[in-house]
Design a protein around this ligand. Structure first.
Ligand code: MCA
Ligand code: AMP
Length: 502
């Protein structure tokens, strides 16, 4: 089998090797690795249109979880393109931004998303190719795609207003995947229950690509529903589950609604699984403990970031310490530094910096941001942690303008600039407010321009047409002015305090 560093990519090197094994389970349908290999060859041929190599042309993917999505991703990689996965639930302005910023001239869409794809492609001057049509192409010769070519662009929010495209190469992805496959001991016998969105690393790399790399099966559900997930766990075939803390909170609530007999059945099915992982946001100790009580599973918490893949993890074997994200994963180097960039002394808090083959290549089209993201070859995460007995504990983020809600990263600045486009809003400040269910909620204080009464419901309805639903404030205060210091600068801690005192 191909290993990291042998110059082959996931799509070309591995799919063929597992031939008759089941790769994707989706609803009642199953797809073998051989079928995936054959289908992605057709998609690649359709994309190449007789040419030799896409040469890193960006191709967007708008497809619901399932086989079409995987055919599209593998087909793009085989043809030498760069995949740009889009979120199926985003409103048009978000999708248009990604198409325009990435310069994707083509959107590969499944049947369900063909309509929205046409609308957004039209506005962004791109074309749409449906998977059904791509799959009817006769296979042609794949180009040789060396591993240091660009493979993927994922959009993530940061300290700038609009999201940036994080570019990873085939080698970066192979390193991210092999690190997890080794640490969490993935094998062909694994079957992951996949409930995560497919436009972020957690769902793409940790769940889908680790499964495909290992010859395991990936059972793809069309979005998360607590009842549906428990039903699948009860079927007893899944060995692995990965989710954000909000999902575990929802699963606990669903378990608690069950009758004693139903609870027993859920408990014993979950107990039989090999591994359950939590990440993308801090796992509350109360959630870890309650989940362990009801399932016997001690969640493995790990820490990652779109720019680095997964960096730190509690151990598969050995003690998983509550409130800790463990130690560096294979091939990852991590250190804590002070504001001057020097490593901090033992036990002192510092910013996590990460280096290694999984670290991304660049922000798409933003050389200055890429340069600013690194210090002497180390990527600056902006997360602050301390090291205790060789394990990292995350203390928070350097920027108050980054919010994590339901596992999604949101830029307060992006939400503020969207809100200022509302006719009735003259000033606003957006913060993250701690919340049991979502980790943090997006909260806005606004100053209205006119007499009008802007309600939360009206603001949300307006916001959802412009922003991803998780970016739209779910807490609102209307005030006559914002808390500012003597220099006139908005005081975000004071804004947050307004909600905390509510
Ligand atoms: C949705 N709603 C929210 C939020 N999201 N309200 C407050 N805060 C939010 N964040 C509201 C909607 O507006 C709607 O209400 C209702 O909740 C249901 O919306 P829906 O979209 O159906 O939400 P859901 O399906 O219940 O979503 C919850 C979820 C989802 C399953 C937890 O947020 C999710 O899949 N999160 C995972 C994100 C993820 O994969 N992150 C990884 C990023 P109404 O109708 O009243 O408006 S990668 C990363 O972080 C790094 C690399 C790492 O370490 O992994
Ligand atoms: P993203 O930009 O969506 O990739 O989100 C990455 C960010 O999620 C990190 O910079 C952290 O702030 C946060 N994160 C990921 N995993 C954890 C974790 N286990 N505990 C706390 N924060 C986390």
């Amino acid at each position: 089998m191909a290993q990291d560093g042998d110059g082959m990519t996931l799509a070309t090197a591995r799919l063929a090797g597992y031939a008759d094994r089941t790769a994707i389970v989706c609803g009642a349908g199953q797809t073998t690795y051989g079928q995936l290999d054959a289908a992605s060859a057709r998609v690649a041929a359709a994309l190449l249109e007789g040419g030799a190599d896409l040469e890193e042309a960006r191709v967007a993917v708008l497809a619901r979880p399932g086989r079409d999505y995987v055919d599209a991703l593998m087909g793009i990689w085989r043809a030498g393109g760069v995949a740009v996965p889009l979120c199926v639930s985003h409103p048009r302005p978000e999708l248009e931004y990604v198409l325009n910023d990435s310069g994707a001239a083509l959107v590969l869409a499944d049947r369900a998303m063909a309509g929205p794809a046409l609308e957004v492609a039209d506005a962004a001057g791109a074309r749409v190719l449906t998977l059904a049509s791509a799959l009817s192409a006769a296979p042609s010769r794949d180009p040789d795609v060396c591993e240091d070519r660009r493979a993927l662009i994922l959009y993530t929010s940061g300290t700038t207003s609009r999201p940036k495209g994080v570019v990873t190469t085939h080698a970066n992805i192979a390193a991210q995947v092999t690190s997890l496959v080794q640490a969490w001991e993935w094998t062909e016998e694994d079957r992951i229950l996949h409930v995560l969105p497919l436009h972020h690393i957690h769902g793409i790399v940790n769940a889908l690509l680790c499964a495909l790399w290992s010859g395991a099966s990936c059972d793809m559900m069309d979005g998360f529903g607590a009842g549906a997930v428990w039903s699948r766990i009860l079927e007893g075939e899944a060995t692995l589950f990965m989710a954000v803390p909000t999902i575990y909170t929802r699963l606990i609530a669903e378990w608690e609604r069950g009758s004693p007999a139903e609870q027993d059945a859920m408990t014993s099915a979950a107990r039989g699984m090999r591994l359950m992982v939590s990440g993308s946001a801090a796992l509350p100790v109360s959630t870890l403990e309650r989940w362990e009580e009801i399932t016997g599973q001690r969640l493995l918490e790990r820490y990652g970031m779109t720019e680095i893949g997964m960096g730190l993890s509690n151990p598969l074997h050995g003690e998983r310490v509550a409130g800790s994200v463990g130690s560096p994963l294979p091939s990852v180097q991590a250190r804590l530094v002070g504001e001057d960039g020097d490593p901090v002394s033992d036990g002192a808090p510092g910013e996590i910096e990460v280096a290694g083959p999984g670290v991304f290549r660049e922000y798409w089209g933003k050389p200055d941001a890429t340069e600013a993201g690194f210090r002497e070859g180390w990527f600056r995460t902006g997360d602050v942690a301390i090291l205790e007995d060789g394990r990292y504990r995350i203390l928070g983020r350097q920027s108050v303008d980054i919010i994590k809600t339901g596992g999604y990263k949101v830029s307060a600045l992006e939400v503020e600039s969207a809100l200022l486009q509302h006719d009735e809003i003259s000033e606003c400040a957006v913060v993250g407010v701690a919340d049991e269910e979502w980790g943090e909620r997006v909260a806005a204080v606004i100053v209205t321009a006119a007499e009008g009464e802007l309600t939360l419901a009206a603001l949300r309805e307006w916001g959802k047409t412009r922003l991803a639903v998780y970016k739209v404030p779910s807490l609102l205060r209307v005030q006559e002015g914002l808390p500012r210091n003597v220099m006139g600068k908005v005081q975000k801690p004071a804004v947050r305090a307004l909600f905390e005192s509510d």
